[in-house]
Design a protein around this ligand. Structure first.
Ligand SMILES: Nc1nc2c(c(=O)[nH]1)N[C@H]1C(S)=C(S)[C@@H](COP(=O)(O)OP(=O)(O)OC[C@H]3O[C@@H](n4cnc5c(=O)[nH]c(N)nc54)[C@H](O)[C@@H]3O)O[C@H]1N2
Ligand SMILES: Nc1nc2c(c(=O)[nH]1)N[C@H]1C(S)=C(S)[C@@H](COP(=O)(O)OP(=O)(O)OC[C@H]3O[C@@H](n4cnc5c(=O)[nH]c(N)nc54)[C@H](O)[C@@H]3O)O[C@H]1N2
Ligand SMILES: [Mo]
Length: 766
């Protein structure tokens, strides 16, 4: 990654997504991870009824698929876990933390799986072995020593199972706090907070079956070829049926152009695959709100025309009357909105907005999907509302082949929230939990991710426990986050592989190595399954198949139970009994949370079961009992607009995204094949006209500097300038290298998500 030793190569990708290229990369990956013979077979067991849930993304499984669903990045995720490389106590004896800090994240990842619990020794600046018993006691000592339970924060990354997550939240609430920062605070929070006000529940309304019936798919701010490759299988079928597929994205993501499915011989032989998206709309970064509002305005105009000409109505009047509230106010606001403002804000010509409206109204069954391109902006919640408004206008919610489809990230992030990882729990949830377990849960809201970092900086939070994840670099404002973590008395990471967060630690620190989902989890001699909920609310069981990476690994569920036992004792809850038999935890979930009736029986069915989503059945759990239209204005005086006032067109908007060879902060390799970037991650994509305007040339090195008003300098240095098909005024670069640029105080309205996709920046000569 050093720019002097490893020159990056930029070379446009011409093939389809997946295809032979993916097979080649899979082979390279398996060799690199030295995955041992017997473990190859596990690659073919992911997302199969009797196998494990892929630890990659949250896209659901096709249970009736006869062959395995091929996914290059799923293979990478499994191979990364099945690697034969190990980080042992001997490894830690050879390296001080100071030395390891000099290695980049890619190198840290390459060391392999952690094998033993480790404790930080300040005298040597090294981690050394500690017994599991002593580790639990150390945590209990710190937690019991705090003058308030609110001085501890309990992070979750969305890979934890329902069983581990449920036990974790129960323990933390019995301990006395709702401080549950979690990865969804940085991810789909705009969805989880936005949808309840419109349709009553913060989840998607579709299942895979709906994809079989949809005739129109709008894909907003999502890069499925990289982040949800199995979704391309669905899109392929839709495209072959003649469905209209539109990608709405500042980047024309090549992976959405064509797809060659390794399951289909013809795709592979013709080399070119199947055409996926039929239309690409490229709004400017953060322009989706205005774009969607513009489409809605046009839909209303078309309906007015229909009324005038006495043709079939464009609005679904029956749905609006029976199921929605506030439509009149919404329509009045649309009529009052100026086209000029919408076009300007969307960065899309009016004809293109009208085209999109035409595609939308031509669709009888429309699904809208969305990802991080929608959720990581200041106006993300308003954008989710506007999308919901648009879908409601034509009754595209709660009907076969149509609906809202937020595509989640981590494989069980949705399940984690369902079972109680929630810093703002409802009273109803707490009442019931308190009743089932005979305790008085804490009522006040806890800290989310950004609030946790702020509380650490202010000295309020002193103990940090992470159930998975890589808090130190997944979060914004890296130098401040590091200062915050280093001010803690204790940091604990329950984790599979070495990462930066183990090195940026509190005064005392523990690394607790755990089983991955691909590994056999034996408790009391019996193999335990765990359950997860995918992005479409399907709950299913997952059994590991590989031998654990080390004999000294403990499952996440047992680690949580042991910490709880050491901290609270087991008079009220038999923590270790739960750890011995996960079926008992599922019983407890069944008693505590709606929708889990006959939990153990129903996960025994192939494919598991669908957790009820009321809005899917047009049962609106909102205050009005209806689906609500919500009125929002275009935002004025945003950080980007203020930056432009100061710096003119030199002020640009930076989005931070994933490359093809990473899983969040885990860097598998240094290529981003579909975007034509090889052997380099420090790149910044810019429009040719902007490169010229700034007086640079493509191929030069630049620094990126944030424009913010708190007097703190935020710079990221040494990025290769790459000319790219991206709207003017917009830049793209990879996360997490760019996280130092995201100000802690730059968050989305309502949901407090860091605005990782709209950072006002300047490019300067390196
Ligand atoms: N292989 C792999 N799989 C993953 C992950 C991974 O890192 N690697 N991460 C997992 C996680 S946690 C998540 S949340 C998902 C993330 O999956 P995605 O949601 O696909 O996430 P990103 O790659 O961050 O960004 C998505 C797209 O948003 C576009 N975009 C940026 N700004 C805007 C905008 O203003 N408007 C619009 N319309 N588009 C915009 C970008 O061009 C990019 O194509 O993937 C999950 N799956
Ligand atoms: N700038 C910018 N920042 C972002 C984003 C962005 O698009 N741009 N995206 C945000 C999003 S969407 C998300 S979800 C977050 C992700 O934030 P996190 O979830 O915190 O980060 P990950 O990189 O997914 O965590 C990887 C680590 O998890 C551990 N791990 C892996 N598997 C397991 C397991 O089975 N059990 C346990 N206990 N540990 C395991 C490994 O040690 C690994 O190093 O980042 C956010 N940050
Ligand atoms: Mo995510």
């Amino acid at each position: 990654m050093d720019k002097t030793t490893k020159p990056g190569r930029i070379e446009p990708y011409t093939g389809p997504a997946a295809g032979w290229g993916a097979l080649k990369y899979v082979a390279i990956n398996l060799m690199k991870e030295k995955v041992a013979g017997g473990k190859y077979k596990t690659l073919f067991k992911q997302n199969q009824a009797d196998g494990f849930d892929c630890p990659g993304c949250a896209w659901p499984d096709r249970q009736h698929a006869s062959t395995f669903e091929f996914c290059e990045n799923g293979v990478k995720a499994v191979a990364a876990e099945a690697t034969s490389k190990r980080v042992t106590p001997a490894f830690f004896a050879q390296h001080t933390v100071g030395e390891l800090m000099k290695q980049d994240d890619y190198t840290l990842e390459q060391h392999g799986r952690l094998t033993d619990p480790m404790v930080f020794d300040p005298l040597t600046d090294k981690y050394r072995s500690i017994s599991w018993y002593d580790a639990y006691q150390l945590i209990a000592k710190h937690l019991k020593g705090l003058d308030s339970p609110h001085r501890a924060a309990f992070y979750t990354s969305g890979r934890a199972s329902n069983e581990a997550a449920f036990l974790y939240q129960l323990f933390v609430r019995m301990y006395g706090t709702n401080n549950f920062p979690d990865c969804s605070n940085m991810c789909h929070e705009a969805t989880s907070r936005g949808l309840p006000t419109t349709v009553g529940i913060g989840k998607g309304t579709v299942t895979l079956d709906d994809f079989e019936h949809a005739d129109t798919l709008l894909i907003f701010g999502q890069n499925p070829a990289t982040n949800h490759p199995r979704m391309l299988g669905e899109l392929r079928e839709c495209a072959k049926r003649g469905a209209a597929i539109v990608s709405i994205n500042p980047l024309r993501e090549r992976g959405l152009e064509r797809f060659a499915s390794p399951q289909h011989v013809t795709d592979m032989l013709t080399m070119s695959g199947v055409k996926i998206a039929s239309t690409f709309i490229q709004p400017k970064i953060g322009g989706d709100f205005a774009l969607i509002k513009g489409v809605a305005k046009r839909v209303l105009e078309l309906d007015d025309l229909a009324v005038e000409q006495n043709t079939e109505r464009v609005l679904d009047v029956a749905f609006l009357e029976a199921h929605t509230a506030n439509f009149e106010a919404f329509a009045a606001d649309l009529r009052a909105e100026s086209w000029a403002a919408l076009v300007e804000e969307a960065g899309v010509p009016r004809e293109d907005i009208e085209d999109l409206a035409r595609i939308y109204v031509n669709g009888k069954r429309v699904i809208s999907t969305w990802g991080m391109g929608i959720t990581q902006h200041k106006n993300s919640v308003a954008t989710v509302h506007m999308l919901s408004n648009l879908m409601m206008m034509r009754g595209n919610i709660g009907r076969l082949g149509a609906g809202l489809c937020p595509v989640r990230g981590h494989s069980n992030v949705q399940g984690n929230r369902t079972v109680g990882i929630e810093e703002k729990p409802t009273d109803a949830f707490l009442d019931r939990l308190g009743k089932v377990f005979d305790f008085e849960p804490p009522r006040g809201h806890g800290y989310d991710v950004v609030e946790t970092i702020e509380a650490m900086l202010e000295g309020h939070v002193k103990v940090f426990i992470g159930l998975g994840g890589n808090f130190s670099i997944a979060t914004p404002d890296t130098p401040r986050t590091w200062e915050a973590l280093r001010a803690c008395d204790l940091t604990v990471h329950i984790t599979t592989k070495l990462n930066r967060s183990h090195l940026v630690h509190g005064k005392e620190a523990l690394i607790l190595p755990t089983l991955g989902r691909t590994e056999i989890d034996l408790q009391n001699g019996i193999a335990q399954g765990v359950t997860v909920e995918d992005s479409m609310s399907m709950v299913h069981v997952s059994y590991g198949m590989n031998q654990p990476a080390s004999e000294n690994l403990v499952s996440e569920t047992r680690i949580v139970a042991q910490i709880a036992h050491a901290t609270l004792g087991s008079a009220k809850v038999d923590w270790l009994g739960y750890a011995n038999d996960y079926a008992k935890i599922r019983d407890a979930i069944e008693w505590s949370i709606d929708g889990f009736y006959d939990y153990n029986e129903r996960i025994a069915q192939p494919g598991g079961f669908h957790l009820r989503v009321a809005s899917r059945e047009r049962d609106w759990k909102t205050g009005t009992g209806k689906a609500n239209f919500i009125v929002h204005q275009i935002q004025r005086d945003t950080p980007i607009q203020r930056a432009k006032k100061l710096h003119g067109e030199r002020a640009m908007t930076l989005m931070t995204t994933r490359s093809h060879d990473q899983y969040n902060t885990t860097i598998y390799a240094l290529d981003d094949r579909y975007r034509g970037v090889y052997n380099q991650r420090r790149v910044v994509f810019a429009n040719a006209a902007d490169i010229a305007m700034l007086g640079f040339k493509a191929g030069e090195w630049v620094d990126i500097e944030t424009i913010w008003d708190d007097g703190i300098e935020r710079r990221a240095e040494g990025f290769l300038l790459v000319e790219y098909d991206i709207p003017r005024g917009c830049l793209g670069a990879y996360y997490p290298e760019t996280n130092p640029l995201v100000p802690l105080s730059s968050t989305a309205d309502v949901c407090n998500t860091p605005t990782s996709k709209s950072i006002p920046v300047l490019l300067t000569a390196a």
